[in-house]
Unconditional design. Structure first.
Length: 601
């Protein structure tokens, strides 16, 4: 659907429909834009914000409750420099962004590409308008198992410069080696892992490059038809053309709080989504139209998450959209999807407003066995905490959950992850503004921002414990993508973070010894990487549920192995797996503090 803001700025779609049926008047006063109708007075937007290029509503921070006083022992240190992750990531000029192309940044991945049981790091790079930097390009860092990583990009066949975007991983050919798909402004690339420490570019022969004019962003592997082969879903942010893109300050969508900035996304051509179905011969068929996903129109799409969101055993799709409604494609179980974001409560904020959506975390934060979603948004807005009510219906519980206390940041990568191994999924979020020029204004908003950590209190609420979480959380960067996994195999979750114009951060968790269980899955009838599987672990009377995801956070790939904190106990009572093909297996007690590999039978 076209943006509801075309005529009335930040007017949400629900109220736009109301304006078409009720007589009324628009009032513009210092407090904002109001619509007076026989049904009442409706607030539409803060004065001066509806003409900007990005959706925001100047939300004030929610009041912080009194601190719980509970200890929080997860503490993060940035070890990137000593680990060997030293190549800066480039996305245009670092002092002024002329076009939106330079501002969105890229994703990162934590994968075990060589099958040695240790997570390696892959970072996606951008470029510059005056040509790629000499040291630019994507990077693959091999884990040396001693706290250091070696740059093996060239040897692995992954050296490539260009305007990269996102990354997702999966074993598309079911050979036991994890493959990579990387999105670009221009043709995308599918890298097949040969299993010999190298990748080969198989884009041309598989048919997944996409249009050369598209600015692709998100991607995710999924098995939407349950045939045991991984299909591929790709989002594009917009159709971007330097020849027609307006310059900063040249239109109403090229301002930020009165300051001339790069234009968009509003006013620029919308993006699209593409669905490729895997064929038995290793190639892909474009089924965008036949599947129904192509019917959705009018959005700027970022991160894509594939998961069973209505718990019917079939994988659905959720897409975070920037300044347009987010998208929820419900799997109809017959090879088609229906876009039902509005009906499901996922398209807008709790007040019915479009938001500047960026990243997505998927997990069960309240322990009810259903997959919830957290979506990050632009500055001046709260994130969304979409609590899954069952049957594909969601409720935005951000205020009740306590995540409305930091709306001042442009938020990107985000994870629901048990950072302190207490059996509850916490939140790690990275931030960074898009306008470097904002530092010249000497206001409260700055380009480089700290990270945020919210501890799960176990009662449906979170508590901001960023001040307790270590120097790597307080450090200021303009960050974008983030990937989670245990890089040193010590039983706690670490993270790699993309930083604009700087080397990536490698956040090592210094959590004291605690109890945990890591679950690795191998599909047989289902896809071999078990993407889409749902795992429930029961321990000490507590139930935790996670799903194997190809992409989440912001355009990034977390480890495909699922990490469960066990709290004070050293074993799990039961592990239950719902495989991507719908089959269910239950496994008895499992000893903790180890990785277990479960194979589909």
């Amino acid at each position: 659907m076209p943006s509801a803001c075309t005529a009335f700025g930040l007017l949400p779609a629900a109220l736009l429909r109301l304006t078409l049926t009720l007589a009324g008047f628009l009032w513009l006063i210092p407090a904002g834009l109001f619509w007076l109708t026989p049904a009442g007075l409706f607030w539409l937007a803060p004065a001066g914000l509806w003409a900007q290029g990005v959706a925001t509503r100047n939300a004030a921070p929610e009041a912080r409750p009194a601190a719980s006083g509970k200890p929080f022992l997860a503490r993060f240190t940035d070890i990137a420099a000593q680990a060997g992750l030293t190549t800066p990531l480039t996305n245009g000029s670092e002092t002024s962004k002329k076009y939106i192309l330079e501002a969105n940044g890229t994703g990162a991945a934590l994968i075990d590409y060589d099958g040695d049981g240790w997570l390696d790091v892959f970072t996606v790079d951008g470029s510059r308008l005056d040509g790629p930097p000499a040291a630019g390009g994507n990077r693959l860092y091999r884990n040396l198992k001693n706290g250091r990583f070696a740059d093996v990009t060239a040897a692995a066949g992954l050296a490539k410069s260009g305007w990269g975007g996102g990354v997702c991983a999966g074993d598309y050919d079911n050979d036991g080696a994890i493959d990579l798909f990387v999105t670009y402004w221009g043709p995308n690339v599918l890298y097949r892992n040969t299993g010999q420490g190298k990748f080969e570019n198989v884009t041309a022969r598989t048919g997944v490059s996409g249009p050369a004019t598209e600015w692709s962003s998100g991607c995710t592997f999924l098995d939407y038809d349950r045939d045991g082969r991984l299909d591929l879903f790709v989002t594009s942010y917009q159709k971007f053309d330097l020849k027609t893109a307006p310059l900063p300050g040249k239109a109403s969508n090229c301002e930020w709080k009165g300051m001339p900035v790069f234009c968009g996304p509003r006013g620029l051509p919308f993006g699209a989504v593409t669905l490729y179905r895997a064929r038995p011969d290793g190639t892909f068929e474009d089924v965008t139209r036949a599947s129904g996903v192509g019917a959705a129109q009018g959005f700027y799409a970022f991160t894509a998450v594939a998961a069973d969101l209505n718990h019917d055993g079939w994988t659905d799709l959720f897409v975070a959209s920037d300044s347009t409604p987010s998208l929820y494609f419900r799997n109809n179980r017959n090879g088609t999807f229906s876009e039902v974001g509005t009906e499901a409560g996922l398209a807008y904020s709790e007040h019915g407003f479009e938001q500047g959506g960026m990243g997505i975390a998927a997990g069960d934060y309240d322990g009810d066995g259903r997959i919830d979603l957290i979506k990050t948004n632009f500055a001046g807005d709260h994130p969304n905490v979409f609590r899954n009510l069952g049957k594909g219906i969601f409720e935005d519980s951000v205020i009740r959950a306590g995540l409305g206390v930091n709306p001042q940041y442009v938020a990107w990568g985000v994870a629901l992850a048990d950072l302190d191994n207490d059996g509850w999924q916490d939140v790690l979020q990275v931030n960074g503004h898009v306008y470097p020029d904002i530092d010249q204004r000497k206001t409260a908003e700055v380009y480089r921002n700290p990270r945020l950590v919210y501890r799960n209190l176990g009662n449906g609420r979170f508590e901001d414990v960023s001040a307790l979480a270590g120097p790597a959380i307080a450090a200021r960067h303009s960050s974008r993508g983030m990937a989670m996994g245990d890089i040193d195999n010590d039983g706690d979750l670490d993270a790699v973070v993309m930083n604009m114009g700087q080397p990536p951060s490698l956040l090592r968790n210094e959590l004291p010894k605690s109890h945990w269980l890591r679950v690795a899955l191998t599909g047989t009838r289902s896809n071999r990487a078990a993407i889409g599987a749902v795992v429930t672990v029961e321990a000490a009377g507590k139930r935790q549920t996670q799903t194997v995801l190809s992409q989440s956070s912001f355009l990034s790939q977390n480890s495909l192995h699922l990490h469960f904190g066990l709290g004070v106990v050293a074993k799990a009572d039961q592990v239950r797996v719902v495989w991507p093909d719908g089959g269910v297996q239950e496994f008895g007690p499992q000893t903790g503090n180890q990785t277990i590999t479960l194979t589909e039978r």
